[in-house]
Write a protein that binds this ligand. Structure first.
Ligand SMILES: NC(=O)c1ccc[n+]([C@@H]2O[C@H](COP(=O)([O-])OP(=O)(O)OC[C@H]3O[C@@H](n4cnc5c(N)ncnc54)[C@H](O)[C@@H]3O)[C@@H](O)[C@H]2O)c1
Length: 192
């Protein structure tokens, strides 16, 4: 198995990684998962540089990857793109305005690109997980983690296996009549 390092926030880095990858194989599946939370603080206290960094990675990074890979998939008339958004992008979590706004942008990009590619063999969808215990928790305050848990009717965090199972299905040929769609993974928190 080959791996290519990439900094998604850097467009040249994504262009290079895409070029290198195309020499190894055709790309059928793109999962845009790179992301950071940014600080947990009120919007009026939000450090401007931290806000920009959240957008550089969560939004511009995802845009760079979609931009470089979608044309390749379109040329092959086949592809599955799965963007990892968040329930925060639907609901807007307090003390996480940059993250929430960035994930709302991911939902918007998914809907636009899904429609732009709907007459091809490329499908573009996103998932909106609620809290899942990963190393991302290290970036959040304990109060914020508790707030997210309190919002989940099932009363527990999601698991990485549950998220992976949905992403896996969205990456298959069977996912053929869904595009530009938002798939919930929130233990009942968001029902739309
Ligand atoms: N864990 C949760 O509760 C949760 C909930 C909803 C959505 N999400 C989303 O799921 C995705 C995966 O997060 P996770 O929970 O696995 O956290 P994680 O911190 O384990 O994974 C994030 C990954 O992004 C990578 N990354 C960060 N900046 C990057 C950059 N500039 N270029 C390339 N890679 C970069 C990191 O190296 C890391 O491997 C993120 O988009 C996150 O916003 C997570």
């Amino acid at each position: 198995m080959s791996c290519v390092h990439v900094d998604v926030a850097s467009h040249p880095s994504v262009v290079n990684a895409a070029k290198e990858t195309f020499t190894i194989a055709k790309v059928d599946v793109l999962v845009n998962s790179a992301g950071i939370t940014g600080p947990n603080t009120k919007l009026w206290d939000y450090p401007v540089d931290a806000w920009k960094q959240v957008f550089d990675i969560n939004v511009h990074g995802l845009f760079h990857c979609c931009r470089e890979i979608s044309l390749h998939m379109k040329a092959n008339n086949y592809g599955r793109i799965v963007n990892i958004a968040s329930v925060a992008g639907k609901e807007g979590n307090p003390n996480a305005s940059a993250y929430s706004a960035s994930k709302a942008a991911v939902i918007g990009i998914t809907k636009s690109l899904g429609k732009e590619l709907a007459d091809t063999g490329v499908r573009v969808n996103c998932v909106t997980p609620a809290a899942v215990k990963t190393s991302m928790f290290d970036q959040m305050t304990p109060e914020h983690i508790q707030f997210m848990l309190s919002k989940i009717p099932m009363g527990r965090f999601g698991t990485t296996d549950e998220v992976a199972a949905m992403i896996t299905w969205l990456s298959t040929e069977e996912c053929s009549f869904s595009t530009g769609a938002v798939f919930d993974l929130s233990g009942g928190r968001s029902t739309y």
